[in-house]
Design a protein around this ligand. Structure first.
Ligand code: PMM
Length: 302
């Protein structure tokens, strides 16, 4: 994998990212997310889904209570809290996996961190709520800073860039400075180019092709390709039939520098990524399917 090792501090614990690709599994507790809206809207189903993702190999479980699909409108914060808090409490009781809260609202983030979340995944990169930076700074939690052109309501109307990689890199560097100025140490930051957020299919493909440029930011890189619309353009298939496209894009993203992959289908992606790591000769030993000890499974004579 062409990526550098980075350390990441989360609530007083230090993690090393790089040797083994981390996987972030998605639990959308929403009636309307673009690919799994409604499936895990019920608390018990959402907790069960999160535990299943952890069992299948998710390092992080990303819980979201508001859809960010193109054209979507924000939901009130009490509604978002009612959706995500019981799920985070249930997951915290049931798994050691890290938990992230996908929200741009400070009050939701604060309550989620109190309920046991370790990371705030803010797709607005601290721009939506002026109180967010202080909440993250106080908590010791990690923070994902994601690039988005426009807002979820408007972002796909006419995305336009003069210098795609340059503009996104400059945006992420500026947001990192804003976070550090607000008291969040750089060691707690994760950056994300925001595949599908104010980008055409061509923009997304170019980002994935040239994604190594983001290594210069010096922080772990998170990439979310799972079931996204650019795969629909390539394959002419609906979200639930984009698994093979997701796997191809996810493996290439990891090979080109992504430290963390955000995906819905953890099992299949984990098997593909571990195989790619083994072929490339890395995986750090702790991530390979056989634990890095050689051997394989009983009955696997070949
Ligand atoms: N994509 C979605 C939601 N949240 N967060 C980050 N950091 N990166 C992403 O690419 C991302 C995200 C949209 O996907 P979903 O509605 O299927 O969860």
């Amino acid at each position: 994998m062409r990526r550098e090792t980075r350390s990441l501090d989360l609530k007083g614990r230090r993690f090393t990212l790089g040797p083994r690709t981390w996987l972030m599994g998605v639990v959308n507790v929403t009636p309307d997310s673009f690919s799994d809206g409604g499936l895990f809207f019920d608390t018990d189903k959402a907790v069960a889904r999160g535990l299943e993702l952890a069992f299948e190999g998710a390092d992080i479980i990303d819980v979201g209570g508001e859809s960010t699909r193109p054209g979507s409108r924000p939901v009130p914060e009490e509604v978002e809290m009612d959706r995500v808090l019981p799920v985070i409490r249930g997951l915290r009781r049931g798994t050691e996996a890290l938990i992230s809260i996908d929200t741009a609202k400070a009050a939701v983030a604060e309550a989620a961190l109190g309920a046991g979340a370790d990371i705030v995944n803010d797709t607005s990169a601290l721009r939506a709520d002026p109180a967010m930076a202080a909440v993250v700074a106080r908590s010791g939690a990690g923070l994902v800073l994601m690039h988005m052109q426009g807002t979820p309501r408007t972002m796909q109307e006419a995305p336009r860039y003069d210098d795609l990689l340059g503009e996104i890199g400059a945006f992420l560097a500026e947001r990192m400075r804003a976070a550090v100025d607000a008291g969040i140490p750089a060691e707690r930051l994760i950056v994300d180019p925001g595949i599908g957020f104010g980008k055409t299919c061509e923009h997304n493909l170019e980002l994935l092709r040239r994604q190594e440029a983001f290594q210069a930011l010096g922080r772990p890189l998170l990439v979310g390709v799972s079931r996204k619309a650019f795969l629909g353009v390539i394959l002419d298939l609906p979200p639930m039939r984009r698994l093979e496209g997701t796997i191809a894009a996810a493996v290439l993203a990891a090979e080109r520098g992504a430290h963390i992959l955000r995906v819905h289908d953890i099992g299949p992606v984990a098997r593909a990524v571990r195989t790619a790591e083994a072929i490339l000769g890395d995986g750090g030993g702790d991530g390979a399917a056989d634990g890095g000890r050689g051997g394989g499974r009983p009955g696997d004579a070949r």
